[in-house]
Design a protein around this ligand. Sequence first.
Ligand code: 13P
Ligand code: SF4
Length: 320
Amino acid sequence: MMDNERIQMPEGQDLKAEIERLRKERNAVILAHYYQESEIQDLADFLGDSLALAQAARTTEADVIVFAGVHFMAETAKIVNPERIVVVPDMEAGCSLADACPADKLAAWKADHSDHAVVAYINCSAATKALADIICTSGNVAKVVASLPADQPILFAPDRNLGKWVSKQLDREMELWPGTCEVHVRFNEEKIIEEKKLRPAALFIAHPECEPNVLRHADFIGSTAQLLAFVKDCPAPEFIVGTEMGILHQMQKIAPGKTLIRTPGVTGGPECCACDQCPYMRLNTLEKLYLCLRDLEPRIEMDEELRLAALKPLERMLAL
Ligand code: 13P
Ligand code: SF4
């Protein structure tokens, strides 16, 4: 089917009703990340951080997995559940961290450090995962690193900031790959100090992909799911949220009485520059979600040898 044919929508179509109809007809499950737009979050069968989504993808018995997130997340779903058809709303939804660490470069780094174990953050391609000894997510990174013997030297890729954060927490040296998330590194230390002064009752909570000079002002650091749980359980009335703004939708739902403030970015308030929006996550729309369910494409396909190689370090993480 031609691309321009694919994007044509029948006029007057009720998208949500059509998605509902197709979901049943295809026996499909819709998995969505917290950074997706609110409408997608609201119709997902399962919503989670990258760890919970990998676990959900592994156990689903649906015939089709519609993955509303970015490419590496959908690839992970295919790695752990190869019998299912995995489709994505937009194949171009990538990630700056995955782009920062291509498999050939990681292989060269690994060859220069043959006595090191490789811990790879899940934000990387299947080919990069295949070179790792174990995968981690932002939700389990400390547990994963601590699972390796204390005298085992470690290469950590691709997120430098996540690596630094866990290294400090565990007081454990690691060699760090210099990748970063292009969204989280935009948060600005001075603006956060100003915001905290303006709002003395607010707690600043942040994702560990932020720069260390931003993280040192955080009252709590965690994965998206951990940030959500913190806002729900903590009695504080106000939170400055240091991560992608898509998560505010769920935060407001689970903690309706709390005030949530978007983190100011590099050029000033987030409203002026959308600094806190992931351009890859935002490529997914309700229309594209409908189309991938209708056409069962674009599809994630993977060479079996590569899949098995990437599965090994993923299974090691999931077993923890
Ligand atoms: P989580 O592991 O918290 O889902 O984060 C994934 C991600 O891409 C953060 O930018
Ligand atoms: Fe990748 Fe950053 Fe987007 Fe997360 S927010 S998917 S790490 S670019």
